[in-house]
Write a protein that binds this ligand. Structure first.
Ligand code: AR6
Length: 180
């Protein structure tokens, strides 16, 4: 466990620097998907590449999804049993963007909870190609998940996996402030 982890209502929150496709100890990872649930770039490209072509075939029948929504599939060749695909808001286009981003985090964790999964990994949804500024996005993410933590019975670990160390530091700072 990271020394920087935060406990809230029996749920551990942690922020690490790393690659979302390389989280071998997590039951489920979250994809920053596009509406068509197809590979694309960024997180979605990396997840589809690691999962293999069966993931896109499975996703085909579930698409399209709208901003704020989440759907679950198997993980195929990923080290994780499942993937939850979320469509984040495009910043400046899908409004209200903060509520739609909060919906993503809430829907993803509730889906994990419903499936009885204990550990979940998130990338910073919408903060890449979709242009959502990192700090307000982190505030929405942690406000939503910290508030939801008292309702969780199965999910015990929520990990944020940030590509850049500066993004990990920012998330850690926001998490510590909001959890305090
Ligand atoms: N692991 C962890 N974080 C990553 C990784 C990775 N392997 N790769 C990128 N990031 P994005 P979005 C970070 O663009 O903004 C795609 O093309 C990245 O630095 O993946 O929700 C889809 O097809 C950024 O901070 O997701 C969609 O069309 C964050 O993850 C669209 O982009 C999210 O970046 C979705 O855009």
């Amino acid at each position: 466990m990271s020394s920087d982890s935060v406990q809230k209502n029996g749920v551990t929150f942690e922020c690490i620097q790393g690659d979302i496709t390389d989280q071998h100890d997590l039951d489920v990872i979250v994809n920053a998907a596009n509406a068509e649930l197809m590979p694309g770039g960024g997180v979605a490209g990396a997840i589809h590449k690691a999962a293999g072509p069966e993931l896109a075939r499975t996703c085909e029948s579930m698409a399209p999804i709208s901003p704020g929504k989440a759907v679950i599939t198997r993980g195929f060749e990923l080290p994780n049993g499942h993937v939850i695909h979320c469509l984040g808001p495009v910043y400046g286009r899908d409004e209200p963007s903060d509520e739609l981003l909060a919906d993503c985090y809430r829907n993803a964790v509730q889906l994990a909870e419903k499936e009885g999964l204990e550990s979940i990994g998130f990338p910073a949804l919408s903060t890449g190609a979709f242009g959502y500024p990192m700090e307000p996005a982190a505030e929405v993410a942690f406000e939503t998940l910290l508030a939801l933590s008292s309702e969780l019975k199965k999910v015990r670990l929520i990990r944020f996996v940030l590509f850049k160390d500066a993004d990990r530091e920012l998330h850690q700072r926001v998490l510590t402030r909001l959890a305090g």
